[in-house]
Design a protein around this ligand. Sequence first.
Ligand code: PMP
Length: 405
Amino acid sequence: MNKDQARGGAGGHASPSRDIVYADYQSAKPVDPRVVEAMLPFMTERFGNPSSLHGVGDEATAALDDARVRVARFVGAQPDEIVFTSGATEANNLALIGYCRRNRRKGDHVLISEAEHISILNIAKVLEKEGFRVTRVPLDLYGRVSPQKLRARIVDETILVSLGWASNEIGTVQPIEEIAAMLDGTGVALHTDAVAAAGLLPIDVGTVPIGLMTLSSNDIYGPRGLGALYVRKGVQVAPVLVGGGQERGLRSGSEDLAAIVGMAAAADIMVAEMPAEVARIKAIRDRLVERVLAEIPDSHLNGHPEQRLPNNAHFRFDGVEGEAMVLSLRDAGIAVATGSACSSKTLEPSHTLISCGLLHEEAHGSLEFTFGRFSREDDVERIMAALPPVIERLRALSPLYRAKA
Ligand code: PMP
């Protein structure tokens, strides 16, 4: 498979059909064909279980060790600081529940932001049931958490701060480096869910003193159903899943070796190609932002204008409702989201946008475009051929917009 094919060119099968414009990379990414190629032997002839004592098992152990080295290298970690899990949700469970249970004698207070991924928000509720106290720090207008406001909420009993590196929804990037430096040496551990940031922003735990970090395989074009938790040497975590003691006892269950090898291949591709890829994706995103704001009246960009993921464009259109836009665009062959796929089936407005201070009707009028490896420049032209008439039609039907005009 050459690179053109991997990009969805002739004979390529990585990108979704060219009949549609796929601009929802935050919900799901295609697995890179080079990753699939790397995985296949581990489902057939190299099927061994690393726990077995025979030669087939040894070969699997070697592949597992090698994959761990490559995933660690991607984020500047040591191999024995990587714990493979069934995905980012499980890694978040292990990070928060595992850390809090293990370190309870040091304190019972945890800080998160109001805009964490739904998995973190729900884990926080479990921690509260277990007797921990959780403080949810609000966001500013752009979706950022101020390090000073965070620091003001730290008390003697605080043991953990969990803050997503970047929002998978509005794309705002948090000042993680500054917060990590602020917490370093205080005895308060920092966990970051880096799922949305990985592959788009440089991440190096060798230079940023993060204690725990969640990664997802699919978010770097690896297979779904696999993630990893980075656990800095010396940070103590209790297992949440118990069983045969795999992953140094931190995550029992037979390893999905094919998926792990796939995540390692995906990480290698990122190490080699990320800077050029990010520049290309950012140019597509920048073009869309420029055109939407110039060509569609009463449109606004949510999130931070600069401190945002390079693939994310999150808009708000006065007087129109997000779901109606998504469905109309779907008919026009454009796949886009209103926000996080993980909470898209609820009728609630986005908790992230509400935390940024938006009114409910403003939060409901939002649309999230996320681009990725197989996006193309002409995606913007196709989106801009469809979006303005959709908004115009919906506004003509909207009492909200008529009232405003
Ligand atoms: N954290 C973030 C920021 C996410 O966007 C997601 C979903 N992609 C998750 C965690 C959960 O990932 P998974 O569904 O793979 O467990």
